[in-house]
Ligand binder design. Structure first.
Ligand SMILES: Nc1nc2c(ncn2[C@@H]2O[C@H](COP(=O)(O)OP(=O)(O)OP(=O)(O)O)[C@@H](O)[C@H]2O)c(=O)[nH]1
Ligand SMILES: [Mg+2]
Length: 476
């Protein structure tokens, strides 16, 4: 069987070679840094989907002495027909020579059959010093493509394009940090055009990657559904001896259980974050996100949090849903906007917000103490009394998923999650909203979902993710 294509990613030091490798091999463990000389040795990074290796990228150190190398090549070549052999001879003769360690490292995969991806920084002006590098690469005779990766804000890509076009079969712009997924796929198809043997494997690679992306989205919806179910239905329990009952006030007990309930909810939310990140092969993200907090004894969320998730008193009042305006409408009617007109409603959030407006309802779970049995008494706290909690969890989870699913593996910046200050759920279809509301209500009452209810919730969440994706992409 033929080996999957290998591409050596080469260029000047510090121009984003490792960033290109990280993004295209979906590997966030690759060292990327501001200092030149970060990559010291060539290293292969295969991309494998469902156990099948689709292609390999080889990260390499940057050229250090390209002019000297070119001089040597010119001095040892008789005609153009021996160029590839002369490059090979250079590597063979200079293995172990400290002056040319980097050149030997970067040329070795190429003389062993890799295609060439030459990376330049389009945000700095073109300079002739690159010509020696490009000439050496041309001498290898391997299929080649140049990528203009822009590190800084300026754009000199036109000049680059003209110069690179003289040395490489294909020149493309590709921002390793920001390029959207579709751009990765089209780049792979372009590689396929460089060499007849690569066309079929790279066509297959693009198909498998597209399928993988859809599958990840489905799996992410399932993970969010599962977490939502657990968070909505979670009950903190404690068994007390008679002594403990006598020595603990109800208020203290409530406080203790509430604390533990909250800690556990936060942990569960964090484990969802990590599961989603791992699903997308992000293993080492530094994330910054406001913790789930509880404002006071009667309320899960501070006014600030409400504001962010579109359930603030102010938003609801300005949207014409002051308590007075509700009249006798029940929470369920509010949920689906059936009697109030959906357009102006805050999407799925309104169900939760509706009950919030009926301010006498306690949003937090309550402490409940069971009957005395065999000298023991059980105290429980939870599940949460209001579906508003579920909507906040859902909103946060979908937002996090969105950032992860659009994050390239070259990204090394902090992932700062800001609350989605927009009523994007308004765009969610009625059936999905109803499905979500129903599931949240079931969870808090019955505490588990049947397999088919879980599937329905997953489907509705997948829909919410699609709506959110659409909203983010269209908001510019
Ligand atoms: N904004 C932005 N920064 C980038 C991009 N690609 C690389 N960088 C930054 O440029 C610097 C160098 O990136 P690397 O990928 O380590 O470059 P390299 O060519 O592998 O560097 P050496 O291994 O040292 O030769 C890092 O600080 C990257 O974060 C990009 O597409 N956009
Ligand atoms: Mg590097």
């Amino acid at each position: 069987m033929k080996q999957p294509p290998v591409f050596a990613v080469v260029g000047h030091p510090n121009k984003g070679k490792s960033s290109v490798v990280a993004t295209l091999s979906q590997n966030d463990a690759i060292a990327i840094a501001l200092e030149p000389g970060t990559t010291r040795a060539s290293q292969r990074y295969p991309l494998t989907v469902d156990g099948k290796q689709l292609y390999t990228l080889t990260d390499t150190p940057g050229f250090q002495r390209p002019r000297r190398v070119l001089q040597w090549l010119e001095a040892h070549s008789l005609s153009a027909s021996d160029h590839p052999e002369t490059v090979r001879a250079f590597v063979v003769q200079h293995k172990g020579d400290d002056r040319y360690t980097d050149e030997c490292e970067l040329l070795t995969p190429i003389i062993e059959g890799a295609g060439i991806i030459y990376v330049v920084d389009g945000s700095v002006p073109y300079s002739a010093e690159h010509e020696a590098e490009m000439t050496i690469l041309r001498w290898t005779g391997r299929p080649s493509l140049a990528l203009i990766n822009s590190i800084g804000p300026d754009d000199y890509s036109d000049v680059w394009q003209a110069a690179l076009g003289q040395f490489f079969q294909v020149v493309r712009k590709f921002d390793a940090v920001r390029a959207p997924f579709e751009k990765h796929l089209s780049l792979l198809r372009t590689f396929g055009q460089l060499e007849p043997d690569w066309e079929q494997p790279l066509e297959e690679a693009t198909q498998r990657l597209a399928e993988q992306r859809n599958q990840r989205q489905r799996l992410a919806a399932g993970m969010i559904a599962r977490a939502l179910e657990e968070l909505m239905s979670y009950q903190e329990k404690r068994t007390l001896t008679l002594d403990q009952v006598a020595s603990t006030s109800e208020a203290t007990l409530a406080e203790t259980l509430r604390d533990r309930w909250y800690k556990r909810q936060r942990r569960r939310e964090q484990s969802l974050r990590i599961d989603i990140e791992h699903l997308y092969q992000h293993q080492r993200i530094t994330r910054q996100e406001a913790e789930l907090e509880w404002a006071n004894q009667h309320d899960l969320f501070s006014e600030d949090t409400r504001q962010h998730w579109a359930v603030s008193k102010k938003y609801l009042a300005t949207a014409g849903f002051g308590a007075g305006a509700m009249g006798g409408a029940g929470v369920d009617a509010l949920t689906f906007g059936s009697s109030l007109g959906t357009g102006a409603l805050v999407g799925g959030l309104i169900g939760a917000a509706g009950s919030y407006l009926y301010g006498d309802r306690l949003l937090l779970p309550a402490l409940s103490i069971g009957p005395l049995q065999n000298g023991l008494q059980s105290a429980t706290f939870g599940p949460v009394q209001d579906s508003q909690f579920g909507y906040v969890i859902l909103g946060r989870a979908v937002d996090h998923w969105w950032h992860i699913s659009h994050r390239n593996h070259a990204g090394r910046d902090l992932l700062a999650l800001e609350p989605a200050d927009h009523h994007w759920l308004e765009q969610l279809d009625k059936t999905s909203r109803r499905e979500i509301q129903r599931a949240l209500d079931r969870c808090r009452k019955q505490r588990t979902l049947s397999e088919s209810q879980r599937q329905n919730l997953t489907r509705a969440i997948a829909q919410a993710m699609a709506v959110y994706d659409n909203w983010r992409l269209n908001r510019g």
